[in-house]
Write a protein that binds this ligand. Sequence first.
Ligand code: B12
Length: 217
Amino acid sequence: MGIMDNIRNAVEEGKPGIVTRLLSKAIDSGINPQIILKEALLPAMRKMGQEYKEEDSDVARILAAARAMKKGMDFLEPYLDGSYFGTLGKVILGTAGGDLHDLGKNLVAIMFRSVGFEVIDLGVDVSAMRFIKAVKEHPDVNIVCVSSLLTTSMPEMKHIVHELNELHSRKNFKVMVGGGPVTEAFAKKIGADGYTDNAASAAQIARKFIENEKENK
Ligand code: B12
């Protein structure tokens, strides 16, 4: 097995120490950090996103893998070409008020960063007021993303999107929503522009939004 497989396995098995040691070895042996990201960390992430949606998934295992993934990204990020980050646009992201689930949101952040967005992560349990404040602080924001994993935080998601839709600057950015109980129909109903059920396609849709905007200018 090659070093890429080993990195992938160490992430999936939730071993942050081994992940950083292997990443350091890969960098030292001259492998392009972009390749490491695409061939080791992102496939591991994709697998996490799919596998851990199963209802009987083991929470301890999910948390360990997510921690190892985060350690790996933190280690790799300084080696990735700085000019690559934040060139596509700016994203504000958070989990809706009352909801503390952040693994899916964190994967969404990683995917957005990996395609070239700058991501401002507001964290979990984010109120409509904080979303609005962040949008005002970043008038150049292109996309606002709201995550919800609980049926009980979906009304809060609705409220957040409603408040965002009231802003004068609303035409300048898109709103995307996602997370376990969220559906395309719900997204439409509450007035969001986009929904997907996984982080990889979320980043692709976001990229399309930006490309379409540039074409229309
Ligand atoms: C891990 C977990 C936890 C962890 C969270 C740790 C953390 N740091 O996030 C802990 C143990 C803390 C937890 C707590 C609770 N949990 Co919980 N939890 C889960 C579990 C097992 C996995 C969720 C997860 O992380 N999945 C992995 C990620 C990668 O998937 P994801 O979040 O769906 O994200 C993907 C997509 O949805 C999408 N996506 C996500 N966000 C966004 C946003 C945008 C904009 C887009 C486009 C896409 C997108 O991309 C992601 C990657 O592909 C689920 C069950 C399950 N299998 O889903 C229950 C689950 C979500 N929890 C549940 C519950 C009830 C709770 C608690 C209330 C339990 C309790 N009684 O204490 C508390 C709530 C605490 C709170 N206030 O938030 C229920 C929710 C039921 C419901 N319908 O509301 C579930 C479904 C379990 C169940 N079957 O009952 N939980």
